[in-house]
Write a protein that binds this ligand. Structure first.
Ligand code: F6P
Length: 360
């Protein structure tokens, strides 16, 4: 096996809090092995486009700066909103770029989509790959936690806390629409943390009557306000999700279900005024939570350790309180990880504390 002299690190897909802490950990761990680290700009674009776009990263980039403590990606990222050429064309460009940059390995910080795409690129080139999971959606397969999720839960929980106060002042039921794509992790975790009254997620069907009955119960108990958390991708009563536009690869960009739901509830029940709030991209930012920074340190160190041991084609995961590595082929095969409706302790807890979470 060829000894490593130079690695690349890139962040791919939608950004989230904790990415810079990951980059910093990788750079520091790589320095112990005397490896050179190229920080690749804008996801794989920094490799596939010419001239290549990257910068040499050293511990100085992160030791005397606030970057490890900040959200966003120092390196920039690339998401699926960018039209790309065929896999074959992109793989060829990636192989050429990797060769020209002299990279022996790449560490890819991304979600399930990025793991799939970049592991395919790597097959056609002589470069080793280790993945580090990140996403506010927490839907990267196999791992219990992806970097960025806990901060997003914190942002949503703080929003719920703030909204509860104004809901109380105006005797309103406030809807909080949160991101998460096709998985309800972000909605369910923040609804539990924020003690919401209703939480609707794409994995569980619901009825408007169910939501209204919960509001009636609250009213009957003497409380004058309520909080309803909804996942951006739940279906409306007409059976369709709400999405504004499609991104450049044809995927739905969700948004607007909160408004639809507010209208549907208000047309049948008017004991509470209903208003909807969409939290939007602020969920991808905020001060990185300590747990995301902790994961960043553990994942970054493990990714470098795996490369030093000669590993290839693995993703680091959090499993039962330990950091482990699983084959990227398993990650790709498993696909998007959604809420486990049967076994989820979160769903069980929500039901036990009387939250309406749909017809289950
Ligand atoms: O995957 C992260 C995420 O923030 C999703 O929760 C959301 O649906 C999507 O990205 C938004 O994408 P964009 O920033 O392209 O609108």
């Amino acid at each position: 096996m060829k000894a490593i002299k130079r690695i690349g690190i890139l962040t791919s897909g939608g950004d989230c809090a904790g990415l810079n802490a990951v980059i910093s950990s990788v750079v520091k761990a790589a320095a112990k092995h005397h490896w050179e680290v190229y920080g690749i700009h804008n996801g794989t674009e920094g490799i596939t486009q010419t001239p290549h776009s990257y910068e040499v990263l050293t511990v100085h980039n992160f030791s005397d700066t606030p970057w490890p403590r900040l959200s966003g990606s120092y390196l920039g990222s690339l998401n699926k909103g960018v039209k790309m050429e065929s896999l074959e064309e992109m793989s060829k460009k990636f192989a050429v770029g990797v060769k020209e940059l002299g990279l022996d390995a790449v560490i890819v910080v991304g979600g399930d989509g990025s793991m799939n795409i970049v592991s395919n690129y790597c097959k056609g080139s002589m470069v080793r790959m280790i993945g580090i999971p990140k996403t506010i959606d927490n839907d990267t397969p196999i791992t219990e936690f992806s970097v960025g999720f806990q901060t997003a839960v914190q942002v949503c929980t703080e929003a719920i806390d703030s909204l509860e106060l104004t809901a109380r002042s105006h005797a309103r039921a406030l809807i909080v629409e949160v991101m998460g794509r096709d998985a309800g992790h972000l909605a369910m975790h923040s609804a539990l943390a924020g003690q919401a009254d209703v939480c609707l997620v794409p994995e569980i069907p619901y009825k408007i009557e169910g939501v209204i009955n919960k509001l009636k119960q609250i009213k009957a108990s003497g409380r004058n306000h309520a909080i309803i958390v909804v996942s951006e991708s739940i279906k409306a009563a007409d059976g369709n999700t709400r999405s504004g536009n499609k991104n450049m690869v044809g995927e739905a960009v969700y948004g607007g279900i909160g408004q639809t739901l507010a209208a549907e509830i208000s047309s049948r029940y008017n004991e509470f005024q209903i208003r909807s709030n969409t939290l939007g991209h602020m969920q991808r930012s905020g001060i990185p939570a300590a747990f995301d920074r902790l994961l960043a340190a553990l994942y970054g160190a493990k990714a470098v350790e795996l490369l030093a041991e000669g590993e290839d084609g693995k993703m680091v995961v959090w499993h039962h309180g330990r950091v482990e590595a699983v084959p990227l082929s398993d990650v790709v095969r498993t696909g998007t990880q959604r809420l486990d409706v049967i076994n989820s302790d979160y769903i069980k807890a929500a039901k036990e504390i009387g939250m309406y979470i749909g017809e289950i």
